[in-house]
Design a protein around this ligand. Sequence first.
Ligand SMILES: Cc1ncc(C[n+]2csc(CCOP(=O)(O)OP(=O)(O)O)c2C)c(N)n1
Ligand SMILES: [Mg+2]
Length: 621
Amino acid sequence: MKTIRLTTAQALIRFLKNQFVERDGRQERFFAGVWGIFGHGNVAGIGQALLENPDFPFYPSRNEQAHVHLASAFAKMNNRKRAFACTSSIGPGATNMITGAAVATINHLPVLLMPGDIFARRNVAPVLQQLEWGTSQDISVNDCFKPVSRYWDRISRPEQILTALPEVMRVLTSPVETGAVTLAMPQDVQTEPHAYPVDFLEPRTWHIRRQPADPALLRRSVEWIRESRLPLIVAGGGVHYSEAYQALEKFAALTGIPVAETMAGKGSLNFDHPQEVGAIGVTGTLIANQLAQGADLVIGIGTRYSDFTTSSKTAFQNPGVRFINLNVAEFDAYKHAALPLVADARLVLEAWAEALGNYHVADAYAGVIHQGKEAWEREVDRLYHLGTTGLPAQSEVIGALNEFMRPQDVLINAAGSAPGDIHKLWRSREYKSYHMEYGYSCMGYEIPGALGIKMAAPEREVYALVGDGTYLMMPSEIVTSIQEGRKLNLIVVDNHGFASIGSLSQSVGNGSFGTVYRSRDPGSGQLDGDYLPIDFAENARGFGAVDFDTCSLAEFKQALVEAQKTDRTTVIVVHTDNTLKVPGYESWWDVAVAEVSEIPAVQEARRQYEEQIKKERYFFN
Ligand SMILES: Cc1ncc(C[n+]2csc(CCOP(=O)(O)OP(=O)(O)O)c2C)c(N)n1
Ligand SMILES: [Mg+2]
């Protein structure tokens, strides 16, 4: 066997460089490069190997958590057919990536993490940043990655990568298993040599499979659809990853079955498709939530039925409701006692279209869908154009953005009050133009995520809605966008703190306690002093961005036009009127309220809570 003498890190990088994926006859290089921050845990090993491989780009970030977010967004934009690897030093650099790992895993996005680890040789322990453990020397902080990784391994000898890396690729390219993969890399092992088989480092292509359905269950699902009078499709993220858009468009048009979208599934259909009824659940549209209440058959496609989708199990109230779950993951397919179709969305939608050619929902149901959809579009128009002249409402900012952006441009968001507002109000006009991370809803995702999207689709403009809270958590990758010459359009909504959790706090009787950016009043000792004097525009300028500070809808719209004229990252700060909120539409979210309190508002909230919780359902058959 022909071999080549390389360090573990050199062989690792060569291997990563040569991995390809293939689906539907199209082949792509899987890894687009490595993001990282160097420290003593990776500079001499992986750092040296990257130096020797200039054709495999290294991208320095400002924060390890941020570069994992960036890698997740990049993978999501590529429908999981491309990914980044991420390197860190040992200790804090490594554990900074744990939150990012959880984001990737919960959203089923492939990201390879290579945290540096303590010496395998051990004699010099404790090394700088090593957390020692009295009962074992076989533990480091990197063990914390285990519950947030789909595959976890520690490379204690150079030859172990020969068996570890094929597992890494199997998991990263699996439609079911994919998520964060962690390879802990002890710093000494990274630099140790081995005679690696040349074949191991040759190009290799991984086929991303399209799993067909079990024929008997497929036939039964067709019968169930035929028998249903009030069917509803719930489109989740799986529609995107399967690239089943056209199949869904066709199937919905053919059968007249309405399509509601989860947080991850939004954009499965364009907003003007006749069967598209928009967002479902806690942040759902009136028509989608009304259809869900009465549905006798819910066809979940690529959804894991989070509480936001099911309105905490209150969304589906028809006593005879049944579920068909079409999902690559058996785990999700079996939820709600469904007929489980463990299969690829596109394949089954195409098979259904063929088998159900002569099925169509009744005219009366079609009429309800049509009228509900029209009424909803009027509601969106109302919220887009409230007519404020002072500080705008967030819904007006969203409307102005939607009307300004080109169909192919991408809107990204993850946490705060914006996810709910845009889930309801955003009008998607092209595939992959709506990017929401709501699996982990991680504040701080938006700015690095925007950069990940821009790297995946340089021809599209990327706009991020960034709450002031999110901005304060992670503005750092503005600098990285400038380093890489990738323009981002960041809209920072300044509403003096947490509009979302502030409202939630009020709804549970806590009156916004601890959610508004106010200074501590020396007299009261409480946070009821002046608003904190934060100048976000000046802050962004300090990072090298082009900044705009706007206090009305007219100023905001003008800034959008001006921001187009530069090719540098722009930050448009828009001060909003937080009292002008987008309402909920016949939905509920279970957030447990204190059962014992002296505070009347909490007692009242608890009373209402006990009423609402009665609607929660189990589904057994
Ligand atoms: C990392 C992280 N910490 C805490 C939360 C809980 N949380 C959800 S929304 C929110 C406030 C977000 O504030 P901001 O970004 O200003 O958006 P707004 O609510 O004002 O729209 C918080 C603290 C979270 N989602 N992520
Ligand atoms: Mg805010």
